[in-house]
Design a protein around this ligand. Sequence first.
Ligand code: GTP
Ligand code: MG
Length: 202
Amino acid sequence: MIRAVGAKFITSSANISQAPDFASSEIVFLGRSNVGKSSLINAIANHNGLAKSSSTPGKTRLINFFEIELMEDDDTKDKLKVMFVDLPGFGYAKVAKTMHEEWKKSLDEFLKFRSNIKLFVHLIDARHFDLDIDTNVNSYINSFLRADQKVLNLYTKADKLNQSSRSAVMKFDPKGILVSTLNKNNIDKARDKIINLALGRE
Ligand SMILES: Nc1nc2c(ncn2[C@@H]2O[C@H](COP(=O)(O)OP(=O)(O)OP(=O)(O)O)[C@@H](O)[C@H]2O)c(=O)[nH]1
Ligand SMILES: [Mg+2]
């Protein structure tokens, strides 16, 4: 098991040209507004309050970089360092139209051209796991995915599902992982998977 032993906010950028090159592997968390991106970053980083979460959609408005330090539980290897990137949610309509277009363009450029990105973590609300918007996001990412990049689907707010709904999600996407930041379900499993995929170990 991999443990998160340190986390700190590094910087925010409005777009790709403002974002410094940190020379570490980046893991982006993307998904609809309010799906639980910031909460999940905090749970995976084991650091409450690191990324700002809120019940009001549209909380995250910039590209936020967090440096995460990790250790393998079972040995004395060096610490691992990766960058978590928290993004504004998509599908959030309550911002001015011009601003919305601006965000979309910035996000699109960042996702397509940011060379340090090694893993796209796509968060999907487990209660609404087959929305067109999420299917479209998966095709969108796959349309520019490089050979050194991976995608992982995480299904959030699993605490709100009963057992048969959980089974339906896993049947729909056997490679996905159901997670809950509320009861910490599968957080350790998701962390292991995220780090191993981002570091090209699987
Ligand atoms: N029940 C439950 N609620 C959750 C879970 N994760 C997040 N939430 C709640 O969902 C709301 C949104 O969480 P955020 O982490 O801010 O979501 P976000 O995707 O970062 O939202 P934006 O930044 O607006 O795009 C908050 O009220 C959280 O408390 C979960 O696992 N279970
Ligand atoms: Mg957020």
